[in-house]
Design a protein around this ligand. Sequence first.
Ligand code: ADP
Length: 582
Amino acid sequence: MPKTPTSELRATTWLDRAAGPVMHGVWLAVCAVTALSLAPLTAQAWALVLAAGAPGLIGLFVSAAKADTRDLARLVLALAWCLPGLAASVMFASARAPAALVFLAGPMALAASGSHRAARLSAVVSACAFILAAGFSLLGPDPLAAIPGGALAGLVALAAFFVISGLATRARLSARLAAARRELDAIRPAADGFTHAPSPLLALDPDGVITAASRALRRVAPGVPRDLAGLPVDGLGFDEDQQGALRDGLNSARAGGGADGGRFTFTVRGPRGRESALTARAVATPAGYVLSLAEAAGVDAEAERRLIAERDAAIAASRAKSEFLAAVSHELRTPLNAIIGFSDVMKQRLFGPLPARYAEYGDLIHESGRHLLELIGDVLDMSRIEADRYELSLDAFDVRDIADICTKMMRLRATEQGVTLYVDAGDAPIPVNADRKALRQILLNLLSNAVKFTPGGGAVVLMACAEGRDLVMAVGDSGVGISEDEIARLGQPYAQSQSGRDSTERSSGLGLVLVRQLAELHGGSMTIESQAGEGTTVTGRLPVLSAPVGETGNVAPLEVHQRIRAAQTAGEHIARTGEGAA
Ligand code: ADP
């Protein structure tokens, strides 16, 4: 940015400050010269010279006027500056030349002083005074004949006054012009930078009227007019809703941007008159706003609407499916219970012995019935959760009771498989307020998976403890483990890993999903840590403790893997000494 030469700056400042008093002083000198050239003066002539000089004196006082009295000062000066013209009209008994020239003195003196509003006011008032004086002097003598010889010096002084005021006005104007040029030079790089910015930008004034647009705007919004300056920005919106979105976006930016940091989306008229969505980021500046625009993720508004409609239809269909499954599962359970019950009667030979083959069939019917019932139970619970119809029934109890029941239920299977099953739930009660059935299902699902996927000689540890307000339950095993990419898929219903698909046992791919859903219904979460060939730990964290951790006295951190190693060692010891599972 070029630096202002100090001499030029000094001259401009001096002109601003001194032009008013100087011009009024010069006017007083003009009046004095005129009075001297006409001497000796009559009393009437004295009065007229004094009247003509009055604006000079008043101007000297008024140029020091404070901002709050400036309007009044301007009016007083404009009125005072009629007096020289009127005095000259009376002195020469005519409002025609040279008296007419004196009427110009006021506007010129004020323009040279830099007071443009006062100059305009004075021009109007002096013009009225001239018309008035001219009207009165129409019947007067020939103006040129009436000029007294001595008045010529006054006329020369008047001409000198006009020259001085003209020069002063010119000096002031050129100083302003230079300042404006400097300002323009200073802002030109910024303006050029804005116009050629690689991203689409809009500059707006505080009323939302576009003041500048970068050329890149046409890339994202080819349908908007070429020359946007002067148009209200909300006019870019595709329809009234979109115009409202733009206005809301600007208001939010003015209020600080809110949670979106001044970001909003709106649509404009795109190619072939179709809606095209843009995202905007508005920033409020002292001069208005700057809007940075971008295409909205390549999705046009129509496609977005279609996608939303399809998503809603898919959600509705999924919910209908879940409701159907819930209803069907429920209906299936009634006959299935009869099948299991009657086959159990056959299995136990309650009504006498059966032929060997029938007995075997009866056992198979009973076994398959139970398998099917468990599967249906999972599907029913899953469907209920998906259809938002699973209701928790909260109860106050000690988690260790549930852990105890679940390990008892799994122990036989674990022993049959040669897996050591450990429970570590501390010595102090872990009081919770939760759905007892859901917690039992979480533990049973985790334990049955752990036992299912742990080969003989391995170990499974069930841990429960309190951490802050959370109940943490973890089931770790030293089994086959799950690979990393498979862990990600296991969150989906009916998804199984390779080992799951290879397993011959009951499996629906719902067990872990149910655990996660039941944990989430309690406001908690489920995490899986696993390493193929090493083992798996599934942890459920539920904020259901009815007393804070200090009161449970159970603050041991969960180090499931360490415990698994301990359990394995214990398992090996048991295998060596021939004792049963602990
Ligand atoms: P499933 O009824 O098939 O067991 P789950 O949702 O309980 O359904 O488990 C999904 C899959 O996750 C299983 O098929 C299995 O591949 C894998 N999985 C779950 N738990 C374990 C575990 N403890 N060790 C190894 N793999 C596991």
